[in-house]
Design a protein around this ligand. Structure first.
Ligand SMILES: C[S@@+](CC[C@H](N)C(=O)[O-])C[C@H]1O[C@@H](n2cnc3c(N)ncnc32)[C@H](O)[C@@H]1O
Length: 195
């Protein structure tokens, strides 16, 4: 299983954004939509063995966590608009307890610290200045934690560091979050192929 957690610092937690202008009205839910596409979509199919957690921390009722499960997903297409529409539908659900909005997409009122505690690890914090991933053994079912277009703040890092994550880099350039997911998949695919 490949598992990812992306922290959306300003991503709206109410279904109040426009599908005609997702980047401008949603706190950059387009970034999270691209992460979902990179996490699940192959050229002609879907990665079944993937779980993606999106933690949304923007207005107006933070936090919300959207959990996506590859083996159950339906209706995920490469375009950002239709993925944003799935998130819009998930955000119409207001319950704190997790409930399913569409097949493979679950939503709850869980925040970042509580989610880390619930998942328990092992976590891998992706950071530009971490240790090179290529020199590191990755534990089975590790959860790769990334930020969105805004860097992790002190509070985020404190919550994560309490779980003793490995801090790994994917190379010398600062990449977009969805690009990081593609690279991690590729690294893990290659390692799994040689086992
Ligand atoms: C767009 S970057 C964050 C903002 C970026 N640091 C900046 O200065 O604009 C999104 C996230 O992708 C991850 N990331 C980007 N490049 C990386 C790299 N070379 N190695 C590991 N993680 C990376 C980090 O988690 C980062 O917070």
């Amino acid at each position: 299983m490949h598992r990812f957690l992306v922290l959306g610092h300003e991503a709206h937690t109410s279904p109040d954004f426009s599908l005609d202008d997702v980047p401008g009205t949603s706190g950059r839910i387009d970034v999270l939509a691209r992460c979902a596409a990179s996490a699940f979509l192959l050229s002609h199919g879907i990665r079944m063995d993937v779980e993606l957690y999106l933690v949304l921390c923007g207005p107006s009722r933070p936090p919300r966590t959207i959990r996506m499960v590859g083996a159950e997903l339906r209706h995920l297409n490469p375009d950002e608009r239709s993925t944003a529409a799935l998130f819009l539908r998930a955000l119409q659900i207001e319950s704190i307890a997790e409930s399913m909005s569409t097949p493979g997409i679950y939503v709850s009122g869980m925040g970042f610290a509580k989610l880390l505690e619930t998942l328990g690890g092992p976590f891998i914090l992706l950071k530009e200045d971490g240790e090179d991933m290529r020199n590191h053994r990755v534990p089975r079912d590790a959860i790769f934690v990334l930020s969105d277009h805004i860097d992790f703040n002190e509070e985020d890092e404190k919550a994560l560091m309490a779980h003793d994550p490995a801090v790994l880099s994917l190379g010398p350039r600062s990449l977009h979050s969805n690009q990081c997911i593609t690279i991690v998949h590729n690294e893990l695919d290659r390692r799994e192929a040689t086992v």
